[in-house]
Design a protein around this ligand. Structure first.
Ligand code: GLN
Length: 403
């Protein structure tokens, strides 16, 4: 007797499924180009300088703390907005670092990475018809985040080489429908660290137009050449109109842990917690417990982090320049926007494909960071959160561009 076939082959995409099974919310979504490049890197065995995650280990003591948290039994849900001692550690760190006092009971929401922090915040405050101001080039998630809220995006250009903006253009982007501006500093993909004067200009517009600032500060501790990070929340008039988003991912080299947080005034936090609760319930309990140790690291940890990344930045800048590319030097974060003029490739996507398939190095096409895609057509983004030997492998491969 033949047994029934357990896993009959399935059509890749059932033909003719009616449109009504695809929500309008995702109609304008495109695949994440950053993650697509990682997939292509794996497929072609290329060195992955596309997706920004370290290829070196997180601090040993942190890994030990995570193992201990597991064996100590922190394996069930924490309270939905985060384990109390972790929220206390977050508040203590803001007090210590910026003199910013935060109420861990009413102003902190622990999320699954800053990715959830951003979307939970935006869903909590924005309605269809609202407008969100975004600097361009921008981290690709902000587009889909706004689409999910039904908010309209207004783009303000950051101009190379220092990625400055025109204050008049910024002002023109604000109006009575503006609900929030997203400020990502230090910035992905440009490495720009917004100056105090620029942040003050943003803060003044937020107050004039009664608008929120949603700040993505995930690279706060990765700074070069004396650049200083100023949380917008610490500026006059901004304490209660800023939603500050951050995470453990980049600062402690644990991008896969998915532990982030949002700091905001109690009324905003109430709304954000409502969204967060129903989106994810909570971030991984044992990893929040390990995070308590991370957030108590001394200042020297952060100084070393910046110093180590500075060495990596200079390493990659040299690799790219030697290969005949034209990198812009970042002041923070761990990416290098690079011009590839003179390489004989028509577009950034063509050049990226050439790099992955024929050279063996993956990077991200610049246009994926722009709404006006043509503005990124001569750019490509490399990341340098990699071991020196990985950057040297990239050097050997990229040198073939000169052949
Ligand atoms: N922030 C990282 C980058 O820009 C990782 C992005 C992601 O895949 N979530 O490359």
């Amino acid at each position: 007797m033949s047994s029934p076939q357990k896993n009959p082959p399935r059509a890749a995409s059932p033909a003719g499924r009616p449109e009504r099974f695809r929500s309008q919310r995702i109609e304008h979504f495109t695949e994440s180009v950053i993650r697509e490049m990682t997939r292509l890197a794996v497929k072609h065995g290329a060195v992955n300088l596309a997706q920004g995650f370290p290829d070196f280990a997180a601090p040993e003591v942190l890994l030990d703390a995570a193992k201990k948290a597991l064996s100590d039994g922190h394996n069930q849900y924490t309270i939905t907005w985060g384990a109390k001692p972790f929220r206390d550690a977050i508040a203590a760190k803001y007090e210590r670092t910026y003199g910013l006092s935060v109420d861990p009971e009413r102003e902190v929401t622990v999320c699954c990475g800053s990715t959830e922090g951003m979307i939970a915040s935006m869903l909590a405050v924005a309605n269809p018809g609202d407008e969100i101001v975004i600097f361009e080039p921008y981290y690709e998630n902000y587009g889909p985040d706004s689409l999910l809220c039904g908010a309209r995006r207004r783009y303000v250009t950051l101009h190379a080489p220092d990625w400055s903006f025109d204050p008049a253009e910024l002002r023109a982007a604000f109006n009575a429908r503006t609900k929030a501006i997203i400020v990502n500093t230090p910035n992905n993909p440009t490495g720009k660290v917004f100056s105090l004067a620029e942040l003050q200009c943003i803060a003044e517009l937020c107050q004039e137009f009664d608008t929120l600032a949603i700040t993505d500060e995930i690279y706060e501790h990765i700074l070069y050449d004396g650049a200083v990070h100023v949380p917008v929340m610490t500026l006059p008039g901004m304490r209660d109109r800023t939603i500050l988003v951050n995470s453990m991912s980049k600062t402690y080299s644990v991008t896969g842990w998915r532990v982030g947080w949002v700091v905001a005034a109690p009324d905003l936090t109430d709304s954000i917690r409502k969204v967060h609760d129903f989106l994810t319930v909570g971030a991984a309990a044992p990893l929040q417990h390990a995070g308590i140790l991370a957030l108590s690291f001394p200042d020297s940890y952060y100084q070393s982090l910046s110093a180590e990344y500075r060495t990596k930045r200079d390493h990659l800048l040299e690799v790219l320049t030697d290969a005949g590319l034209r990198p812009y030097t970042p002041a923070g974060a761990y990416y290098v926007m690079t011009r590839f003029d003179g390489m004989g490739q028509k577009s950034d996507t063509e050049f990226s494909r050439h790099l992955i398939e024929n050279i063996g190095v993956a990077a991200v096409p610049g246009s994926s960071f722009f709404e006006h895609r043509e503005k990124g057509a001569a750019l490509i983004r490399f990341c340098f959160c990699k071991k020196a030997e990985t950057l040297d492998r990239a050097r050997a491969l990229l040198n073939r561009l000169k052949c």
